[in-house]
Design a protein around this ligand. Structure first.
Ligand SMILES: NC(=O)c1ccc[n+]([C@@H]2O[C@H](COP(=O)([O-])OP(=O)(O)OC[C@H]3O[C@@H](n4cnc5c(N)ncnc54)[C@H](O)[C@@H]3O)[C@@H](O)[C@H]2O)c1
Ligand SMILES: O=C(O)C(=O)C[C@]1(C(=O)O)C=C[C@@H](O)C=C1
Length: 372
């Protein structure tokens, strides 16, 4: 009998900080042939939790054990701790060629830190997946989190191209689109499209919470618009404390520009310049419509329609009930608009085209306008 060829050892991926992002990354490689995912936390009860959830193959509280022989190390801890982890790892005998990367929401300081330190055998490449959630912790982790999102890498002129290619290859399992830029450019752009919006959302919620202290109707009337613009105000305070302080220089400039935007709006209002206000909305609409739409596999396989519904109690429930009674499988129902003076719009999603076709027929017999 011929002896079978020896299998190459699986690539070891060590993940430090198995929370929302670390856990989601782990799930992209867990169970894939040729990979072994090891999680690290300082806390034994955290290790127990994500091992029992099946997010990693193994877990440990020992930094040295997690890092030993790792082919890839992902630092997924808060931005304020990244430098400390790099310092600790630099003291260990890392596997020659090991790729050390992070997922922090800011890049300039961590890239500069790694460069200053000059790792011996490992190569550091800054990384940042542009996907996330206001939720945190491993319970919120999902293998689909990064699908079709951008994943930024910030190599420097000194980064070996083979190491970048190796990391890119590994990241293919996330189904994200890798994009490269330098760390400073990253921090400027992400400051504007992510960090400033988080500040604005939190400030707005706190402003309204202040008014609400004397009248609870503020809270009760806060509907779609307020929810849409403030979802991210529920993000983890410690994660965001670190991000904002780390990107202070960029953010102070952006907040100055923001005050300018507010002043221009104030002037338009003072002058009752309706045309000017309309123009600002049109301009915003035009830019916003160019934002990339993130299509996840789950969503692209959906078949959707829109239904105009009058603003009357029970209409949404009636439509859902009729669909259920007709055994039409509705996979999602989203109320896009609901105000007193305009009809609401419902978005209905189905997994099968056949379900959509039957739903459209049925809803039209209920005399609601359906469109696509
Ligand atoms: N949340 C997002 O939307 C998002 C998106 C992209 C990148 N990031 C970045 O990813 C990193 C992790 O964020 P997350 O959203 O996964 O947070 P998370 O709270 O879900 O996970 C953080 C992990 O780090 C550990 N941790 C927390 N404090 C620590 C400390 N002081 N020392 C050591 N370990 C600690 C936690 O146990 C947990 O495993 C951050 O650097 C964040 O900037 C977040
Ligand atoms: O969707 C969200 O909740 C996010 O806040 C995700 C988000 C973002 O602002 O887009 C937040 C922080 C990250 O570093 C990357 C992505």
């Amino acid at each position: 009998m011929e002896a079978s060829a020896p299998q190459p050892a699986p690539k070891k991926i060590a993940i430090f900080g198995v929370g929302l992002i670390g856990g989601s990354l782990a799930l992209c490689w867990k169970g894939k042939p040729g990979y072994r995912v090891v999680g690290h936390s300082v806390n034994a009860s955290s290790v127990e939790k994500y091992v029992s959830l099946g997010v990693v193959d193994e877990g440990t509280t020992s930094l040295a054990e997690a890092a030993a022989d790792a082919d890839f190390i992902f630092l997924c801890v808060p931005v304020g701790r990244l430098g400390d982890y790099i310092d600790e790892l630099a003291k260990l005998p890392l596997k020659p060629g090991c790729i050390l990367t992070d997922v922090g929401s800011t890049k300039a300081s961590v890239v500069a830190h790694a460069e200053r330190l000059g790792l011996k055998d490992a190569v550091f490449i800054g990384g940042h997946p542009m996907a996330g959630s206001e939720r945190s912790g491993v319970e919120a982790a999902s293998a689909d989190l990064f699908e079709n999102a951008y994943y930024v890498l910030t190599p420097t002129a000194a980064t070996p191209p083979e190491a970048i290619a190796e990391l890119e290859e590994l990241l293919r399992w996330t189904r994200a689109k890798v994009v490269m830029t330098d760390a400073d450019n990253h921090d400027g752009i992400v400051g504007a499209i992510s960090h400033l919006p988080h500040i604005i959302a939190v400030a707005l919620v706190n402003q309204v919470a202040g008014y609400n202290e004397t009248d609870d109707l503020y809270r009760r009337l806060a509907a779609g618009g307020f929810r849409d613009i403030t979802r991210i105000a529920s993000s983890d305070p410690k994660i965001w404390r670190d991000i904002l302080v780390n990107n202070k220089r960029v953010l102070l400039q952006l907040m100055n520009d923001w005050r300018g935007e507010m002043d221009r709006f104030t002037a338009l209002l003072e002058a009752e310049d309706g045309e000017g206000i309309e123009r600002r909305f049109r301009e915003a609409n035009e830019f916003r419509s160019q934002l990339p739409e993130r299509r996840k596999g789950m969503i692209t396989s959906l078949h959707e329609c829109y239904v105009n519904v009058p603003d009357q109690p029970g209409v949404v429930g009636r439509i859902a009930t009729e669909l259920g009674q007709a055994r039409i499988n509705l996979s999602n129902l989203h109320i896009i608009e609901s105000r007193e003076d305009v009809p609401g719009v419902l978005r209905l999603s189905f997994r099968q085209q056949e379900d959509l076709d039957r739903a459209v027929e049925l809803i039209r017999t209920m005399n609601y306008e359906v469109y696509f």
